[in-house]
Design a protein around this ligand. Structure first.
Ligand code: HEC
Length: 214
């Protein structure tokens, strides 16, 4: 009995000690039960489960070659723009160019592009402009929304650089439709469209939109 009292006095005396010294004393005194408790945190750590997401991450690395495969000459930053009306019209209607750098709003066209226009340049063209390039890289592209007098979207003009040499406009793909579904007259749908290249030859490597974008 006396020794039990001594123990409790000792334990009370340890009340001010650190957690670790208490734990050490607990595991010494309560042996098996406390050693099972001690084992639980080790299970909780389950580093093997934690490692599983690292394996799961591997498919992301697997995806990289897919991106790497896209370019060719095209900068990896340039999203693929489908060329040819059949693929381009759905792409435009889905606003796949929404991540291009936009002009701040609709403004009057200084060219023949309808009442109001708003241009968007892709990251490759924006980077090329920012670098002050005289010649834009393959993959540089611009989409111009065409509006009627009531600021209703009625169509698009598109140009995409497809060869390092602009070659009088043959190094660019040109497209223009004044209907959203492409059912009306399409003014260009191919490289080197002379109906487009005459004016655009006066631009910076066939791009007429002022930079920086307004
Ligand atoms: C009479 C001159 C002229 C003709 C012809 C012309 N454009 Fe343009 N284009 C412009 C001007 C000027 C701009 C600058 C924005 C504005 O004021 O509309 C422009 C802008 C564009 C843009 C935005 C990117 C850029 O270069 O600034 C695209 C895309 C475009 N035109 C496509 C075409 C296509 C496709 C054709 C042929 C079907 C065409 N353009 C014919 C004058 C012309």
């Amino acid at each position: 009995m006396k020794s039990a009292v001594m123990m409790s006095v000792l334990l009370v005396g340890c009340g001010g000690a650190t957690g670790s010294s208490l734990a050490a004393r607990d595991s010494g005194g309560l042996d098996e039960t406390s050693s099972i408790d001690t084992a639980v945190p080790i299970d909780t750590a389950v580093p093997i489960d934690t490692a599983v997401p690292i394996d799961t991450a591997v498919p992301v690395e697997t995806a990289v070659p897919v991106d790497t495969a896209v370019p060719g000459d095209v900068p990896p930053v340039a999203p693929a723009i489908p060329m040819g009306k059949a693929a381009l019209i759905p792409w435009l209607n889905a606003r796949k160019y929404a991540d291009f750098a936009p002009e701040s709003g609709i403004h009057a066209s200084t060219g023949p592009h309808g009442a109001g226009v708003r241009s968007y340049v892709n990251s490759a063209l924006a980077a090329s402009f920012a670098a002050g390039n005289a010649v834009h890289p393959v993959g540089a592209a611009a989409v111009k929304e065409l509006y009627d007098g009531a600021n209703t979207l009625v169509g698009w003009a598109v140009e995409v650089k497809v060869a390092a040499d602009s070659a009088g406009g043959k190094g660019w793909y040109w497209f223009e439709s004044y209907t959203l579904d492409g059912s009306g007259k399409v003014y260009a749908d191919g490289t080197g469209a002379s109906v487009c290249t005459g004016c655009h030859a006066g631009g910076k490597d066939y791009v007429l939109t002022p930079w920086p974008l307004k």
